[in-house]
Ligand binder design. Sequence first.
Ligand code: MLC
Ligand code: AMP
Length: 516
Amino acid sequence: MSPDPNHLFDGLLKNVNLEHAFAQLDDGRWYTYNHVMEVSGRFANMLVQLGLQPGDRVAAQIPKSIEALMLYLGTVRAGGVFLPLNNAYTAGEVEYFLDNATPRVFVCDPARQPEFEALAQRLGVRLETMGVWKDHQTSAGTMLDAGTVSSPDFTNVERGPDDLAAILYTSGTTGRSKGAMLTHDNLLSNAIVLKDLWAFTEEDVLLHALPIFHTHGLFVATNTIMAAGGQMIFLPGFKIDRVIECLPGATAMMGVPTFYTRLLDDERFTRDLTAHMRLFVSGSAPLLAETHIEFEDRTGHRILERYGMTETNMNTSNPYDADRRAGTVGFPLPGVSLRVSDPETGDTLERDKIGVIEVKGPNVFAGYWQMPEKTSEEFRDDGFFITGDLGKVDMDGYVHIVGRAKDLIISGGYNIYPKEIELLLDEQEGVLESAVIGVTHPDFGEGVVGVVVPANGQAVSEAAILSAISDKIARFKQPKKIYVVDELPRNTMGKVQKNILRDTYGNTFMSEEVQT
Ligand code: MLC
Ligand code: AMP
């Protein structure tokens, strides 16, 4: 059967030379595109043997590894829907996703298997494990053990452009996470656009230090490099020494702003170290204009900033060949329509006017998993998706993001919805109510601060609250500071004035002084 150009896997690997290197791994192994075919084929066979039907979900909360990436590709080849989960999520958080998405298979870290056995049994989900491959002797979970004996030959299950390839959960302003349904065409069209726009070729070597459970590391980075037939230096995470060591072997890097501020804080990061680099891309959170400028002063490279979302993949990008402007996210991608609307009336605003950014195009998701009402709330009648980001298009056509209409904190590139944390703080003993805000953090861009009001006569302390919530939600979401106050500032309508809280506690992470 000839490759189906609509199938994500076939489309990504369409022009690839199978002998070409795909990834250079931290354990010294080299992966070629032949390995990609073989190992993803083995996983696809295994999933089918486990009973996977087209459209079934495969959830995974596993350490970053090349095999984890092959599980994504194997799922897609088998006609399944890949559902990656942040490794930092607690068992309680994972329970919600499994309950909501009802996957056929859940693959977890072998070290955490005991936490999930009862849950998997209750939900009727097949539990498998996958750790990090070490050598042929050591077991690294059931998927890798079985993978060595299953066949590498697999004929991809037919899928249409509108069939789902992945579901990525994204939190909501109400605190409940929503599964963004991404189709084969959403992912494939975006990868091809980005490869062309950013001029990726098979000569490229992408330094990959992002996690692979989010859009940025999983799709923007790996799909784009595959579409180009290029290779990656595939690191387990962002550790500064290793990144600096690997940079001379790379031609491109993608990262969240924290990657770039950390590099700039290191004196080994010099013009010489980056001399052969062709491209640095930043996204997932705002890159400060001063970081952009300092980066150029230090290295001579202008970071290319782009703007995306789990629901929409990438929407805009600064140009590759023309002026990359600090503080802007560039132009809408080819095929993407973008407009700025009045948040109240929905009327389209003229250039330079600030409103809510709305987008439409092949990149935009198919809706939230089993939440038709939530889906329709976030789309206009003419099909534009309301991003919740506030911005403007300037007179030269560059898009600027100036804030958010949604109550959202972005910390080190991870999204944190205050509502989810507030609901948890409110449940704690002695707490009457709470408000959660994001304030400037020197490393993560924004850091989470909780402000709590004790119930009448109760004594509450920061330490007691932090200890009580320590195993309830992922660590990166937990407030890095909690203030106890008598009351929250409210407006005449009774709404908490978070802007006042942000003014009061804005310096929390910028100075040693503790505020009261
Ligand atoms: C780690 N910690 C964080 C954090 N990451 N706290 C707040 N925000 C974060 N992002 C905490 C840990 O809980 C721990 O706390 C301590 O910091 C050290 O943990 P670590 O694992 O050693 O941290 P580190 O490896 O340095 O991780 C920082 C990071 C990582 C910036 C490298 O967060 C990261 O890789 N972020 C990228 C996120 C990403 O890929 N986003 C893309 C989303 S897609 P303690 O208290 O235990 O010490 C998207 C769409 C788009 O947004 O447009 O791309
Ligand atoms: P997520 O839901 O994790 O995919 O995060 C998407 C959100 O990240 C967007 O709605 C924006 O608020 C933010 N974001 C992504 N890229 C940028 C950027 N370049 N500048 C500012 N915000 C960004």
